[in-house]
Write a protein that binds this ligand. Structure first.
Ligand SMILES: [Zn+2]
Length: 90
């Protein structure tokens, strides 16, 4: 198995085990679903651990107070009320 395949599989395992899931991935922003009691700093640190960012400063929780859909940021997850959705910028 190549090093690249192993690295990708290791990254996938890391992401699969995380309580945070990245549900929308863009080049300069991403949206994640995280435990509802996690503060912004913890969400940000975990996203940087599981989802490598292409920029030097890494992912930061967005200053935007709303998603593109108009929902407040963060907002309660529509499928699990114990979780919250966050927007992060690269
Ligand atoms: Zn969710």
């Amino acid at each position: 198995m190549s090093d690249i395949v192993e690295a990708v599989e290791a990254a996938n395992r890391l992401a699969a085990l995380s309580p945070v899931s990245v549900y929308a991935k863009g080049a300069f922003s991403c949206s994640v679903c995280a435990p509802g009691d996690w503060p912004a700093e913890q969400v940000q640190a975990e996203v940087n651990r599981i989802y490598l960012c292409g920029t030097e400063k890494g992912w930061t929780v967005s200053d935007d107070r709303a998603f593109a859909t108009g929902q407040p940021m963060p907002c309660v997850c529509e499928s699990d009320a114990t979780r919250k959705h966050w927007l992060l910028d690269a």
